[in-house]
Design a binder for this molecule. Sequence first.
Ligand SMILES: Nc1ncnc2c1ncn2[C@@H]1O[C@H](COP(=O)(O)OP(=O)(O)O)[C@@H](O)[C@H]1O
Ligand SMILES: [Mg+2]
Length: 312
Amino acid sequence: MVTKKVIRKKILKKCFATAVTPAIFFTSQTLFTLNEIQSKFVGQHKPPIKVQAKLDTTFSKTGILEALAKKEYPIFEPNEPTSFYTEKELSQFFIIKTKKVHDHLQIICQHSDLPGYILKLTVQSKNCSKANDRNISRVTGATQMRDYCTQHNFEFIVIPKKYLYHIPGKNPDLNDNNYIVVAEKLDIMDAKQSEQNLIHCTNTAISQLKTLIKRFGYKDVWFDNIRIMFNGGKITIIDTEQFKGFDNKNPKKWNSYPLLKNLDGMIGKMKLNKYLNADTPPPNTPPMHPKAFPKTQGIEKTVMKVVFPGLF
Ligand SMILES: Nc1ncnc2c1ncn2[C@@H]1O[C@H](COP(=O)(O)OP(=O)(O)O)[C@@H](O)[C@H]1O
Ligand SMILES: [Mg+2]
């Protein structure tokens, strides 16, 4: 017997397949729409078919993300029930990092069936009134930076591919509640090794990195996000999240405030220069305790707050 749920699933599938037309979705209470740009964006950033199939197997039952959030952060109260999951299913996830962001829990993890990929997802808490879109902005950042690197022959920079996976059963609105970001996993040095090795990169590689930071207003410059790859020593920006200026109505666009973008780029470059201009230790001295890039705090942040009230 064909149930309502099956029919709805079929309609959703069809809407996603026709990536260009504006999509309209109905549920029993609400009407959800994706505008033309959003539809196209979702269609263009689907994971490869084999990966999609494995994701479908993993996420087809409702509540797994909520169960995972609860397991990792027991006091977290998810917005949806966490039932149906066994400890065995949950143990297939390997957690890399969790972070509480406002009323969301962000989880960066791997799944044993998807060894070449990193999953970046958020789970909304019960008290949260508004969905976020910071997580999905990673896809825009990665796509735009990758395209820029290709167009400008930046052969020393690698940006991992990032895809958007729609979680079965969730509504299609383009926000962090409904989509998981799937990133190509790169073979990278850890933060400390990357910091120690950045200094050995060629001037061309450093200059390409600086151009990218400035062009995209990338200010989240520190070694958790900027790594060196084992194979070939290229530089990679693995974290392409946008903190301000991302508009999910036009997800193809990166940072819609040009002034903010310029300032962020300057801050990013400043952080990088601070490290690069630090004294180089004489040869044969043991490696120094790694210096982390400073976060935007203190005077920088105060100045920004005065110049751009409301944005910082
Ligand atoms: N593409 C990738 N390849 C390999 N490891 C990754 C990749 N993306 C993220 N990671 C790992 O996950 C961690 C957190 O990812 P990141 O995107 O920086 O999340 P956050 O926004 O929470 O800082 C990184 O420090 C790194 O260890
Ligand atoms: Mg990071």
